[in-house]
Design a protein around this ligand. Structure first.
Ligand SMILES: [Zn+2]
Ligand SMILES: [Zn+2]
Length: 208
């Protein structure tokens, strides 16, 4: 039987039922499977846009459900704005460290400018090398992490689950929390599973 190495990205396939890692076979000569490699490339392509998006969120003039839900809770508003700031600096740090590794280990000249678009494009050009690097799994995971952090920072609710108050459903004694949903959405539901549609969030903010 031929020896096949497995993909080293921690976010590679997981068993749907048990949640246990079930990594795919790595692509020939690489340490990532084709899916994780494609994902890494997609993340690199998407990061500059997310970086820009985080800049817009930082603007204090932004209005919307976030401000309305958090009205009267000034501290929460401050916390919300730290997320995109952190996401931006994480992104630059991760991309710059891998760009540095490429320059140092490949003998490539010209370290790219410390700017997200330039760094991400530089990494994408060296994707084959990155995917075969002994730390390829780590690279894929770090890029994935900063991508996810930026996406949650752009979501109208913070990534960290937050208590919003008691569940308004009759006879329910659980409290309602917010948590990130797929893409840029978020879910507001109580411990018993009652999901609250957006038009009821305002009711909560008044009571929390
Ligand atoms: Zn994989
Ligand atoms: Zn409930």
């Amino acid at each position: 039987m031929a020896i096949q190495s497995l993909c080293e990205a921690v976010h590679c396939r997981h068993d749907r039922q048990s949640g246990k890692p079930q990594p795919r076979t790595a692509a020939s000569g690489q340490r990532l499977c084709l899916v994780c490699r494609a994902r890494l490339k997609e993340d690199l392509v998407r990061l500059p846009g997310l970086y820009e998006g985080c800049e817009e969120v930082l603007s204090p003039a932004r209005s919307g459900i976030t401000e309305r839900v958090s009205s009267g809770r000034a501290r929460q508003g401050i916390r919300l704005n730290e997320a995109p700031l952190q996401a931006r600096s994480d992104m630059v740090a991760v991309l710059a460290s891998w760009a540095g590794a490429i320059v140092a280990e490949r003998g490539v000249t010209g370290l790219p400018r410390r700017e997200v678009g330039t760094l991400a494009a530089f990494l994408a050009r060296h994707l084959d090398w990155l995917a075969a690097h002994p730390a390829a799994g780590e690279c894929a995971a770090e890029v994935r992490r900063v991508t996810n952090v930026a996406r949650s920072a752009l979501a109208p609710r913070p990534a960290v689950p937050q208590e919003l108050g008691p569940c308004p459903f009759t006879d329910c004694e659980e409290s309602v929390r917010t948590s990130p949903g797929p893409d840029l959405t978020h879910v507001v539901r109580c411990g018993a599973g009652h999901v609250l549609p957006p038009d009821r969030w305002l009711l909560l903010s008044g009571r929390a």
